[in-house]
Design a binder for this molecule. Structure first.
Ligand code: IPD
Length: 277
């Protein structure tokens, strides 16, 4: 037995809003990306750590028996069966450059905290620079602010606006670029907005028809994937696998099936050269 889903949604929201305020207010007016690359990156790393620290302290107070899996601090198991899966800043490169597409992502899951084994109960993705907040609760639907999200009928694949993202390692990007070269002529257009959690939320709200990415970590997708499924969409991997590091595809079921077919045909999940992860 887990606590009421609505309570977990409220906690996810409170925590994401507090961390969002911290990272938004804490970003210096100007970060000199060009001339002080490493110190600029340090600013981001410091905010990432401060954000996760705040999330861990809040959750320790609000939900002391739950576990936490965070991008920065790793996994601390709990005793309640609930684990919080946290990305303290998703879209760190956008944050570094002052682009608004970054977010705090907080989800509560039960079961082993991996995308293939967990059941997500609650999630919140909050983008402090735009003030948008997506929430989802298992069985309670997905919301953007006060508005309930429902995936509409997607256009045919050649009319779809497709979001994607790339890893940080050159060899992985080489194979991602090959897949993209095959896909781009077959769709309306492609967006690479730079924050996986937000990409998933944009699918749920109809601002993207489809999204796919290889190499996502649990904290990139935990909350956003629940937002998509609670809006009536599907989030899956290739060849019948669950969504996760090998591949994540999200959207309305029939269009996802079409995109999955293209990605399978392109072997978009084939291993990269050694060292690519
Ligand atoms: C990254 C962003 C990006 C995606 C990368 C992620 P981070 O997360 O979500 O859009 O393409 O795969 O690693 O590093 O900014 O938390």
């Amino acid at each position: 037995a887990h606590p009421p889903v609505a309570d977990l949604v409220a906690v996810a929201r409170d925590v994401a809003l507090a961390a969002g305020r911290l990272v938004h207010d804490g970003r210096p007016e100007t970060v000199d990306v060009a001339s002080t690359k490493s110190s600029a990156v340090d600013v981001v790393t410091a905010m990432d750590l401060a954000s996760e620290d705040l999330v861990r302290r809040m959750l320790a107070r609000l939900r002391p028996d739950d576990g936490i899996l965070g991008e920065e601090g790793g996994h601390r198991p709990g005793t309640s069966g609930v684990t919080w899966v946290v990305d303290p800043i998703d879209g760190t490169v956008n944050y570094l450059y002052g682009l608004p597409a970054y977010a705090v992502s907080v989800a509560a899951v039960v079961g082993e905290p991996t995308p293939a084994t967990w059941t997500a109960l609650a999630g919140c993705v909050h983008a402090p620079a735009t003030g948008e907040t997506w929430t989802a609760g298992r069985g309670l639907g997905a919301h953007l602010g006060g508005r309930r999200l429902t995936l509409g009928a997607a256009p045919s694949l050649d009319r779809c606006l497709v979001g994607t993202g790339f890893g940080y390692v050159a060899e992985r990007r080489r194979s991602q670029a090959r897949v993209l070269a095959e896909l781009l002529p077959r769709v309306r257009d492609v967006r690479r907005m730079g924050a996986a959690a937000l990409d998933l939320c944009q699918v749920a709200g109809g601002r993207l028809d489809l999204y796919y990415e290889r190499g996502l970590q649990p904290w990139d997708l935990a909350a956003g994937a629940l937002v998509v499924t609670e809006a009536g969409g599907v989030v899956t991997g290739l060849r019948g696998a669950a969504a996760g590091a090998a591949m994540t595809v999200a959207g309305a079921a029939d269009r996802v099936a079409e995109l999955v077919e293209v990605l399978e045909e392109q072997a978009a999940d084939a291993p990269d050269a050694p060292g690519a992860d």
